[in-house]
Design a protein. Structure first.
Length: 247
């Protein structure tokens, strides 16, 4: 379920579901559509993205959907959704502030990385779990590398344990850390109100520089989705997912 509300010139996007906030194709498509509409709405100057689940930010890609995928094209399309949403986020000519309270796992780390400013609580933890599952964070890698650099990305990929908010702050994945969600949310709204008074032309140009949009091509996400699809359909990964579901 995704809820949106506009407060002044800030669009607040809140997502949640009963599956640990994992992203299935439907939720990702809805988020993409919301961002596309916001792009051309001059009454929106900033966006706050947050979880509506008090337990965590997101468990990443839906395991239930991945388990059901048996063919290459559906697999590729599923993972392409993460590329599509990252592409919409970085090309949106408005600043996206993401609030992270609790665990951010797998694909959701890609959304955090594709945000322009990240505010977290001390409860925030980040984990790239893909390699332990039998795939890799191929599709979300471009956003993560641009945000924290290749060395930190390699560390997160190879060592699939959780990284706390302090680690994320030191590496540049997170910009501010607060003791509790109330303080973090207050900071997010204060920043968004400030941003709403900035020159939108300058904001659009800055986004282009932030994300090197003159040199980044969408085809990289398609290429990476192909790699992920191939890995997903291997016997190794299929067995892992089946055993995971039995637990």
């Amino acid at each position: 379920m995704i809820k949106t509300k506009q407060i002044s010139k800030t669009l607040v996007i809140e997502f949640s579901n009963e599956k640990s906030n994992s992203f299935d194709s439907g939720m990702l498509s809805t988020l993409i559509d919301i961002l596309k509409l916001a792009k051309y709405n001059n009454e929106i100057q900033s966006i706050i993205l947050m979880s509506g689940n008090p337990k965590l930010f997101s468990a990443g890609a839906s395991f239930d959907e991945m388990i059901e995928i048996e063919e290459y094209e559906p697999a590729k399309d599923f993972f392409m959704n993460f590329g599509r949403i990252i592409w919409e986020m970085i090309n949106l000519p408005k600043i996206i502030i993401t609030l992270v309270d609790g665990k951010s796992i797998g694909g959701s780390v890609g959304l955090v990385s594709a945000s322009d400013f990240v505010i977290a609580t001390n409860r925030a933890e980040f984990r790239l779990s893909e390699y332990s599952v039998g795939i890799g964070p191929f599709v979300i890698a471009p956003a993560i590398e641009m945000k924290i650099g290749k060395s930190a990305f390699m560390e997160m990929t190879i060592d699939t344990s959780y990284k706390n908010a302090e680690w994320a702050f030191r590496k540049g994945l997170v910009n501010r850390v607060f003791e509790d969600k109330e303080s973090a949310l207050k900071s997010a709204f204060e920043l968004s109100e400030d941003l709403n008074n900035r020159n939108p032309v300058a904001t659009a140009e800055l986004k282009s520089i932030f994300w090197d949009l003159e040199n980044l091509n969408f085809s990289i996400f398609e290429h990476r989705a192909e790699k992920t699809a191939k890995s997903l359909l291997t016997e190794h990964t299929k067995n892992f997912l089946k055993n995971f579901k039995k637990k």
